[in-house]
Design a binder for this molecule. Structure first.
Ligand code: AP5
Ligand code: MG
Length: 190
């Protein structure tokens, strides 16, 4: 059966993690979030986690080689999955090229890059709101949140053109109820 490999894309706070929960259930996919994988390393106080924490706490991207290595391990451990949802990865052109190479070698290509679109002020509101309870260091300070959004705009948003050139980029309105947005994503997957 054909695998369903999807990139769920969007700025910090767009709802990638929230929507992944519903999509993995709906389609029976494996969820791969580099942010979640990095936070697990931090929790275990690994060398990788300690190095990543310094960058994450100020809202900067961690090096490409680190996240590419983590994704490679997870793909190799789940080769029989029905498909993957990539959440928060790829975030740079180098990551997107590495992902394409890995999928070409072992699995099947990305079918769609679904980009959740949410205005900046709504993103800041959501993340400050979560910061009150999440314990995520990068949600506590508005300046760090805005820095994450600047990193997204300069390094990550250009990937819309990368996937657009492959005919895979689909913009999805990311404001509304969680269920409304899930329905839009399912429709976009087709
Ligand atoms: P990562 O963990 O990926 O965080 P992020 O992209 O900054 O985004 P979030 O996870 O905060 O947002 P989300 O889109 O998942 O939204 P969520 O569903 O949680 O990355 C963290 C850091 O790790 C990066 O800054 C970087 O340092 C590093 N990193 C990770 N991946 C990397 C990579 N590939 N390369 C290099 N560095 C990397 O929702 C947010 C909030 O909004 C929640 O409170 C939620 O309840 C709420 N919400 C969701 N949907 C709605 C809705 N429809 N209406 C109202 N509220 C909503
Ligand atoms: Mg997330």
């Amino acid at each position: 059966m054909k695998k369903l490999n999807i990139v769920l894309f969007g700025p910090p706070g767009a709802g990638k993690g929230t929507q992944s929960t519903f999509l993995i259930e709906h389609y029976g996919l494996v969820h791969l979030s580099t942010g979640d994988l990095l936070r697990a390393e931090i929790k275990e106080e690994t060398e990788l986690g300690l190095q990543a924490k310094e960058l994450m706490d100020v809202g900067q991207l961690v090096p490409d080689a680190v996240v590419i290595g983590m994704i490679r391990n997870k793909i190799e451990a789940n080769l029989d999955a029905k498909g993957f949802i990539f959440d928060g990865f790829p975030r740079t052109k180098a990551q997107a090229e590495a992902l394409d190479a890995m999928l070409n070698e072992k699995l099947e290509p990305i079918v769609a890059m679904l980009a959740l679109e949410v205005p900046e002020e709504e993103l800041v509101k959501r993340l400050l709101g979560r910061g009150a309870t999440s314990g995520r260091a990068d949600d506590q300070d508005e300046a760090v949140i805005r820095n994450r959004i600047r990193e997204y705009e300069s390094k990550t948003a250009p990937l819309k053109d990368y996937y657009g050139a492959q005919g895979k980029y689909k913009a999805v309105e990311g404001v509304g109820t969680i269920a409304e947005i899930t329905a839009r994503l399912v429709k976009a997957i087709g």
